[in-house]
Each structure stands twice: as C-alpha cells, then as structure tokens.
Design a protein around this ligand. Sequence first.
Ligand code: UN1
Length: 457
Amino acid sequence: MALLTSVDPYRPDEVVVERPDATPREIERAAASAARAGRAWRHTTGPERARALHAAAAALDARRDEFTALLVREVGKPVGEAAGEVRRSVDLLHYHATTAVLADGEHLPGGEPGALTYTVRRPLGAVALVTPWNFPLAIPLWKAAPALAVGNAVLLKPSTAALATATALVELLGEHVPDGTVALVAGEGDVVRALLPHVDAVSFTGSTAVGRIVVRAAAELGIPCQAEMGGSNPSVVLADADLDAAARSIAGAAMAFAGQKCTATSRIIVERAVLGGLRERLVAAVEQLGVGDPASPGTAVGPVISDAARSGALAALARSGGRVHTGGAALDDGFLLAPTLVEVDAGDALLADEVFAPVAAVVSAPDADAAFDLASATPYGLAASVYTRDLDAALRFTEQVDTGMVRVNSPTTGADYWAPFGGTKASSYGPHEQGAAAREFYTRPLTVTLGGGFRQR
Ligand code: UN1
C-alpha cells in the first residue's frame, strides 16, 4: 500500500490531501459494483440521465467558488483560469446532459420487401477514465459526462497531484446518480494496470510515454481506448501579421498556467523578415504577465506542479544551444519558474522536447512555406496556429500542417467542449474526445434487421 499525497505547488509544505492507494481487493470491488450499476444505469431513460447531469451541473455551479479555490490550491492554477475551468465544467455538464436525449441511430433500407434495418448506439458498460492534474475538473468531466449521458458507469483514476479535486468531483456526481455509477480509484500506474482487466473501455489523458502503455494494455485486453497525449504546438507568424496582437496572443498561449497545457504554444515560428519586430514585442508581452501567487487575480503564471517538473524544464534549457531573451531561472516562492523565451536554430533540442513549463522557443524561417514545413517537423500533432492577414496563406496552412486542431489568428490553447478534440501522430490515439465524437467513443453500434416476411402474412 502506498500513501498518495498532493501538495500545494505554491506552498509545497502544505499538504492538500493524503490517502492510501486502492488495494487490489478495493479495485475489484469498485469495478464489480460499477459493472452492476452500469447494467441498471443503461436501462434508465435518456430524460432521467439528462436530469441527473443538469442537476450535477447546477450543484457544481452553486459551489463554484469552493471548486475554484481548490484548483488554485491543489494545482496552482491562477484564479482567473481556475474560475474559467469551473465555468467550462458546468457548461459541459449541461451540454452532455442534452446529448442523452438525441437521436442515437439511423434507419436504413431493408433488404427484402417489408424489412426494416436500423442502428442503435449502446453504452459499453463500465469505463475507466485516467486523467491528468492540469485540468483537474474539466478533463474528468469531459470524459465522465458523455460516458454517463449515454448510460455507462465510470471509474475515475485521477493523477495523485489532483486527488482532492477528483475526490470532491466524484462525491458531487455521486449525489446525482445511483450508487456505484461513479467511483474513484486512487493510485498510480500499478492501479491502472490492475483496473483495466475489469473495464469495458479506457479513456486516457496524460503523457505520450504513459499513454502508449495504456494503449498497448487496452489492445491486449481487446477493449476500446482513446488516448490524448503530448503536444509541441507551433504558432507560425507570417510577415504580414498584426505583430502586436500576435505577440500578446502567443505570450498567453505559451506561458499562462505556466505553460502546463497539452495545447500550450511551445514553438514560435517566425518569417525572418519580422523576426526582430516580433521578438521585441514577445519579450515585452511575456514580461508583462503577472508571475507569482496563483490566488491573486493579477497572476497569469503561477508555479509548475512540482520541483521535478521545474528541474526538468531547467535541464531542457541547459541542453538547448539557444539565446535566452527573458526568464531562464527558478524564482523563490513555491515551484515558480520565470516565463522563458529562447531563440534557437532549427534542429535545437528544445524544439523536440515537450517541456510542459513556461518555456517557448522562437525559431525563424526564410518564408511561409519553410515555416509551414517546420510547424509539422515534430513527432506531435495536437494544435497549431497561424497569424496572418492573408486568407490564402491561412487556408494553405490549415491544409498543410499535420495536426488535429488548427487556428487562425487565435492561440493554440483553449478547447470548445462542443467541438471534437484530438491530434495526430504521437499526440493522440483512437477517436477524438468532446462534442459529438465523445458519444461515439462511449457507445457501440448495434445493427438490427427485422425481416419483412412476418409483415406480409
Ligand atoms: C485547453 O487548452 O483549454 O491536457 C484544453 C491538456 C489538454 C486540454 C487542453 N487535453 O492540456
């Protein structure tokens, strides 16, 4: 048995929660009761499940200040962003509630006179959700809400660094669904390994290294799997762009919440003609960001999640041959790292790493096409953006870049809960999340054919 501990990354001496991990017996018991609960939940009506999720949304909304404060304390998310995440979570619960009453299949022509063929989508059963600490409320919910809406039970295995938030969320959801329909399974990788043989599907968000282990395990067990993994997201700035607006937008996408989003901008690819102008504006925009206590409203950049994360970022900087234009050092309080801009040459080690910290590399390219090629020159393909006033160039970028999500004059960060979310290459595996894509992952189609014969007698 291991003791799991989550600490406040701004005041690392303060423990937020401590609890033992789940024992193999507890995992089996939780999985068995989820399987049982799932068999009952799938037979509730769509309107009943919709009511339950709307009620959970209202309950979360009523406790938004408490959840916001918990996010600030447990993962060091700046209070403005934390409040935004709670609002997004309320909204996505309402959204997925409405999907419980949508059409769930199609009617097809029969193969003989009078025959009828149709499809219905059936829930999978009990699903495991393996979630990270960086969106401790929104990510568990954008998996759990669609899973529940279509009639599955869920077993949430959150990151230990976000254990208190996950515990509070599971308690809140549990007040609106029957016992066993939503359960928490606390632990690390060995707990995931023990859990997977008991579930009907797994949805994972986290690092590529761990995601690939989950994908392999799911394949061996023969269960559906979706995995959202790393990113090394490019923002391309063309010579005709509004440089002031681009610099402000990119500084936020790279540094806010200390760059700890899989969608954060880590590579800034600039058309050489405007390198000097963009560099100057970027440095100014980054230096204007408030750095410090995540509880104070002026803060955009709080601590990184752990000392190891900060040392890892500093080690990545040390491996780079680039020139640091601002930042580059640890700060005193908590696990703070000064927002850091490094100018590098193509091929620099920093362009290949997913640093997951307030660190971004600036690299120049001779022209738009070279910049577009550089944008895709990474093992990842999650989110990409281009800043330009040239519509043709913008459209060319959307077609050429190898990525799951692309934006024009808009930051790589941010996800609309009604739109499919996911990437290419090492960033994602399996079906996308969110929007209508989520319903597909959490169901399987059943094709029904009613022979025409009996209707002719
Ligand atoms: C966002 O940019 O608002 O783990 C969402 C992550 C992503 C979510 C990003 N799956 O950072």
